[in-house]
Design a protein around this ligand. Structure first.
Ligand SMILES: [Mg+2]
Length: 180
């Protein structure tokens, strides 16, 4: 059976693409431990690789009830550019929420608040993103691209700046340039 889409489909990740999870994490960590770690200190590193082993349990606790996701800052221009993308593409929010199941509620509320024009039919809480039938996936984690049928577009985050092999966008104005 022939199946066709009228528009191309774009999957957009949440954390580190539209939501500044790392920024909030650094705010909390710096306040709790009297440090001054910024994003520039995390080039090529995961946050977990930067902090002492014995701080990890404290940081994991930030995520326990999932509420951290309710108040994350929104990345500049994402609200406007996503709205524009929606006119030309079918846009899906695709977040690997299974990593923190307690986050579902807060993530959903956050999306309703900042991206009310994305219908709930286009919000996908998933595990392995290679199951998605999107033509493009904008994500900061290239591990999601390895088995993906569509094209992975890397959204720049400190941890991925040295990764090559994929087209890259640094911010939402770059997304507009690439797709619109
Ligand atoms: Mg992400």
């Amino acid at each position: 059976m022939e199946k066709s889409k009228t528009k191309k489909w774009i999957g957009v990740d949440m954390d580190e693409v539209i939501a500044d999870t790392l920024g909030e994490l650094l705010n909390r960590y710096n306040a709790d431990f009297g440090t001054d770690i910024g994003k520039a200190d995390l080039i090529g590193l995961r946050f977990w690789e930067k902090i002492p082993q014995d701080h990890k349990a404290h940081v994991i606790d930030y995520f326990t009830d999932g509420e951290i996701f309710a108040d994350l800052p929104v990345f500049d221009d994402s609200v406007e550019v996503m709205r524009e993308l929606q006119e030309k593409y079918e846009v899906f929010i695709t977040t690997a929420a299974m990593e923190v199941p307690s986050s579902f509620n807060a993530k959903f509320r956050w999306l309703e608040r900042h991206f009310p024009y994305i219908p709930s039919s286009h919000i996908v809480f998933c595990g392995d993103k290679s199951v998605l039938a999107v033509d493009y996936l904008i994500d900061d984690n290239t591990r999601h691209f390895r088995r993906l049928q569509g094209e992975g577009i890397v959204f720049t985050a400190p941890h991925n700046v040295n990764e090559t092999g994929y087209r890259r966008v640094d911010n939402w104005l770059d997304v507009r340039k690439m797709f619109l």
